[in-house]
Write a protein that binds this ligand. Structure first.
Ligand code: MN
Length: 636
């Protein structure tokens, strides 16, 4: 190979001539020196019989007096070619006279991050982009990404002092150092770090970007069940899978926000697990998943300003303290509506992409300019029956196909939790049955998830939640016992709640023939305990539906909110909320949710007016021909 073949850089322009003199980078060794080619050397010593020249830190040799054309001082440059390499390893050069020549830089070939494990103890060269700069109490840690992975490169100035302070995030650097292991993980101890500029950096960026495109491509998987409704969303899902893989490869953290309910957990946990494994594949640093992936439940059925403010604060702190990039926000089972828009607008002040996978009734116009990807069955003339958990299980498989064996039961749990009436539910239940779950066990898993999530509040629940869902859980017995225990407790607490509430449920018959039940959950239910007002209302509603076998609407209200559930009545709650906002001045109305299940907020002093106006609208709604259709779950 001629040195020109792996010359990483652009030549320095010197007046045109045929001659080229190669300028070796410090770490180039004798392998980079070819007979008959010319090299720039620097005189480092003068002896009686000639001068010694350095071509690089690794290559030095003698130019014998008989091979010298001029006279030189230490530090002078001259052009030489290889004369001979003796058996003892000594190298001799001969001076070459060239009037004009072009200088071309020769960089040593770089190593791949993916090969570092085999190079421990050896000198290595990495070329790549800096994706994180973390100052520890000791060295500075640069996470450097090439086309094959991301490796920690440690550089030491003084304890706790930033090494190479000129290096910034996203700079393309060449690092020379030594591959070492520390705590069983491989890292590069940096000897030299150079920021590549201009064309040189651009070339590296382009090459690596093409390689990352290939790596970001999702795995090709077939849907778990045959379902046209789901399959028409396949391209959207692949776009999200690509985006998430690319985000990991680029070293950007991912912050997941999911609705704090069964479906939200069925959506986020498989995705988190698949992403964790992909992060592990990509990063040499075993701590990377902990720093890069966060899963956070959201109590509200939309992205609250409180949540976004915390997220933004954490993101900016992580950037400051850990030298991380700002995260991508992944909204799951949440995030499609107008109510989410203010939070997104807050994020838009910073470089934080937003991806939404949801099945709540969306306001596409309100969010389309604010989110980078939006997957929602309503955008394909489908509805909530395709739950977020069903969508995200497929996404998780596109990211890590090996996860399939651990999550076949998850879409069934998601569907039961959200009362999906999809035809595909039968197939999903069959898949779960093949894994050893009968329907009542799957319901228990959903109840158990609901129960732990309630008590976890703003915490993600970590292993407790993955054990309850039996994803990334290595102990099937513990999973079963945990679910049994939690589902029992949940049922007992529901009974306790209904014992005090049922006697205070008020009934009336609406003009359209539907039964309306009202319960004051503030005064006739235990507060600050499980089940919360939403679920309490839902359970009362279920009993009344079973009792009457006729169309039923149930309103559970507190002083400044109402939870709405309905069966057999064609409501459009998002639209009713819009109308109430306009009609009731000073009502402070807000809210939404699914078409027939949702929640409304208002100011305390206007409760009676708001609820009466709401009941008026409900009394005018059409009834379904058939009972028992479409009741998704939405609780808060
Ligand atoms: Mn859901």
């Amino acid at each position: 190979m001629s040195p020109a073949d792996d010359a990483g850089g652009s030549g320095v322009a010197v007046p045109d001539s045929g001659a080229t003199a190669y300028d070796l980078a410090d770490t180039c060794d004798l392998e980079h020196v070819e007979p008959g080619e010319r090299y720039l050397g620097t005189v480092n010593g003068i002896v009686e019989y000639g001068v010694f020249v350095d071509l690089s830190d690794e290559v030095s040799g003698l130019v014998h007096s008989s091979n010298l054309r001029g006279s030189y001082e230490v530090g002078d440059e001259l052009v030489v070619e290889l004369d001979e390499v003796r058996e003892n390893g000594d190298v001799a050069f001969a001076e070459v006279t060239v009037e004009e020549y072009t200088v071309e830089r020769v960089e040593p070939a770089s190593d791949d991050v993916a090969d570092l494990g085999d190079l421990v103890g050896e000198s290595v060269t990495l070329v790549g982009a800096v994706v994180q700069i973390k100052q520890t109490g000791g060295p500075t840690v640069f996470q450097v990404r090439d086309a094959t992975g991301i490796a920690p490169c440690t550089a030491f100035a003084e304890a706790g002092v930033r090494a190479h302070p000129d290096v910034e995030l996203d700079d393309v650097v060449r690092i020379e150092g030594r591959a070492e292991t520390r705590d069983d993980a491989v890292q590069v101890e940096v000897d030299a770090l150079t920021v590549l500029e201009g064309e040189q950096a651009e070339t590296v960026r382009e090459e690596q970007s093409a390689a990352l495109d290939d790596l970001a491509a999702p795995h090709e998987v077939d849907p778990l069940v045959e379902w046209d409704g789901l399959e028409q969303m396949w391209d959207d899902l692949e776009a999200v899978a690509t985006r998430l893989r690319r985000t990991v490869l680029e070293g950007r953290p991912i912050r997941m926000r999911h609705h704090a309910d069964g479906d939200g957990i069925c959506a986020s946990v498989p995705l988190q697990t698949a992403l964790e494994r992909f992060v592990r594949e990509t990063y040499e640093d075993p701590e990377a998943p902990r720093h890069l992936l966060k899963r956070l439940p959201s109590k509200a059925p939309y992205y609250e300003i409180e949540d976004v403010t915390r997220d933004l604060n954490f993101a900016l702190e992580d950037r400051e303290r850990h030298g991380q990039k700002l995260p991508l926000l992944l909204m799951l089972d949440n995030g499609s509506t107008e109510e989410d828009a203010p939070a997104y607008r807050n994020l838009a002040h910073y470089d934080i992409p937003v991806v939404v996978v949801d099945h709540h009734h969306p306001d596409p116009e309100a969010v389309e300019d604010l989110v980078d990807e939006h997957v929602n069955p309503y955008l394909h003339d489908e509805d909530y029956r395709i739950t977020t958990g069903m969508l995200c299980v497929e996404l998780a498989r596109m990211i890590d196909p090996d996860i399939a064996d651990e999550i076949r039961h998850v879409p069934a749990v998601a569907g039961l939790s959200d009362r999906s009436e999809a035809d595909a539910m039968a197939d999903y239940l069959e898949l779960a049955r093949a894994e050893g779950y009968d329907e009542s066990e799957l319901r228990d898993v959903g109840e158990a998830l609901d129960y732990v999530t309630f008590w976890l509040r703003y915490d993600d629940g970590g292993q407790l939640v993955t054990d309850a869902l039996n994803v990334d859980c290595d102990d099937g017995t513990r999973h079963r016992e945990l679910v049994e225990f939690l589902a029992d407790r949940a049922e007992r607490d529901v009974e306790r709640q209904l014992d005090v509430a049922m006697d205070h449920v008020e009934h009336e018959r609406l003009d359209n023939g539907a039964h309306l039940y009202r319960i004051d959950v503030e005064n006739h239910a235990h507060r600050f305990t499980y089940p919360a007002p939403g679920k309490t209302t839902g359970k009362i509603h279920d009993r009344k539906v079973a009792e009457t076998g006729e169309p039923v609407i149930t309103i559970g209200h507190g002083p400044d909110f109402a939870v709405l559930r309905s069966d057999g009545v064609r409501l459009d709650i998002p639209e009713m909320v819009e109308e109430l906002k306009a009609e009731i001045e000073g009502g402070g109305v807000g809210g939404g949710g699914h078409l027939v299940v949702g929640s409304i907020k208002f100011v305390r002093g206007m409760r009676v007016s708001v609820i009466e106006a709401l009941v008026d609208k409900m009394a005018r709604a059409e009834l379904d021909e058939e009972l028992g259709s479409s009741t998704p779950v939405l609780e808060d």
